[in-house]
Design a binder for this molecule. Structure first.
Ligand code: B12
Length: 308
């Protein structure tokens, strides 16, 4: 039985974060014989303190190819197809990083983006320029990138579209429910938009309790010069048909309850957002988010130092 179900503490946990020593990152300063997986480990070692994690390494061409196939070539990454890249996600307890950033900098709005940008700048300083670093906050554009496609081609998570559900009657029912529930004031009157089922990504460890934040491309590191050339992984398919339906329905119909984020009822508590995180990330009013962060900041005995 999982800890969440038994209430027996943290025996069943996803809290074991990827291994890797943060201090190693600067040593990846030559492009020849580049150890892409070793770099990912060092990156994860550095990211751990920010409550973030990296995808495995992937090639720009895998992403651009998939965008050609599925979206007519929209939102491509402008780098060589053989360049190595990573996407960085925030995971549970990222709210603490956002709170600390707020207490240090008191931004007026876009509190999460501002915290992400601070991490992005720290990472830029840390990484050897020889690698041809390109960094972008994927919640802010232009340029815009389709991060769910990145997760899918990198083998981090499973991408679910309505076309994956082999039950047209079920899809039609969901479309009808969406049309009834989506307010035309927000969604407009076009029936196609109001009936659209949006795709969602699901991670085997975090379910949906994480978010894509940063794109990192090592534009000078090519697949021909890495120690072990990368081979594109087979797309993940770990969800049972019934779970896939439940998640797609919850994500589209009542995403703010966040039930779509659970793979099972026994999802360990530390693989989900904390209660305060749940409320903060569901809050859409900037003034209320600001007030939440003010309350959080009042609990620090001194201005929090940068984590790295
Ligand atoms: C715009 C946007 C929205 C818009 C529109 C939704 C949308 N999907 O477009 C609105 C405001 C409605 C929205 C809402 C939400 N969003 Co939003 N949103 C985005 C954003 C910024 C861009 C997405 C985009 O480009 N849309 C353009 C349209 C055309 O894309 P699309 O509908 O997905 O269609 C594409 C795919 O279907 C793809 N495709 C087709 N076939 C196939 C097959 C395969 C295998 C693959 C890989 C792709 C693929 O091609 C299509 C054309 O581009 C992304 C972050 C990002 N940078 O990508 C987050 C993102 C998609 N949102 C996210 C979330 C969590 C939400 C919310 C739950 C709110 C929240 N933040 O908690 C709600 C839920 C959605 C709902 N039920 O209404 C997460 C999803 C995480 C996940 N696990 O999948 C993302 C990735 C943000 C993040 N930082 O992680 N969102």
């Amino acid at each position: 039985m999982g800890a969440a179900a038994s209430g027996a503490g943290k025996a069943d946990t996803c809290w074991k974060r990827p291994e890797g020593a943060a201090g190693d990152l600067e040593s990846f300063n030559t492009t020849e014989g580049f150890d892409a997986h070793g770099f990912q480990q060092a990156l994860n070692g550095w990211l751990r303190q920010w409550h973030m994690e990296s995808t495995p390494p992937w090639l720009v061409g895998w992403y651009n190819g998939k965008r050609q196939e599925t979206a007519g070539g929209l939102q491509l990454i402008e780098a060589d197809d053989s360049a190595i890249a990573f996407a960085l996600c925030s995971v549970p307890r990222f709210i603490d990083v956002v709170g600390e950033h707020y207490a240090r900098s008191r931004p007026d709005n876009n509190f999460v983006d501002a915290a992400t940008n601070e991490i992005l700048e720290r990472l830029k300083q840390k990484l050897p320029a020889e690698l041809g670093i390109i960094l972008a906050n994927t919640d802010v554009g232009p340029p815009y990138y389709h991060v769910q496609t990145i997760g899918a081609i990198a083998g981090l998570d499973e991408h679910l579209e309505d076309t994956d559900i082999k039950d047209e009657e079920w899809c039609e029912d969901l479309r009808a429910d969406l049309e009834d529930s989506r307010d035309p004031k927000m969604w407009g009157t076009d029936p196609e938009t109001r009936r659209k089922i949006f795709g969602v990504n699901v991670n085997h460890k975090y379910g949906g309790w994480y978010a894509y934040r940063i794109l990192l491309v090592l534009s000078n590191v090519k697949n021909s010069s890495v120690e072990k050339p990368l081979v594109q992984p087979t797309p993940l398919r770990f969800l049972e048909a019934e779970s896939a339906k439940r998640i797609l329905r919850e994500y589209n119909l009542q995403h703010d309850l966040c039930l779509w984020r659970n793979i099972t009822d026994a999802q360990p508590a530390d693989c989900r957002y904390s209660p305060e995180e749940y409320f903060f990330f569901n809050e859409t009013k900037p003034a209320k988010r600001k007030q939440f962060l003010e309350l959080k900041a009042a609990n620090y005995a001194e201005v929090p130092k940068l984590r790295a």
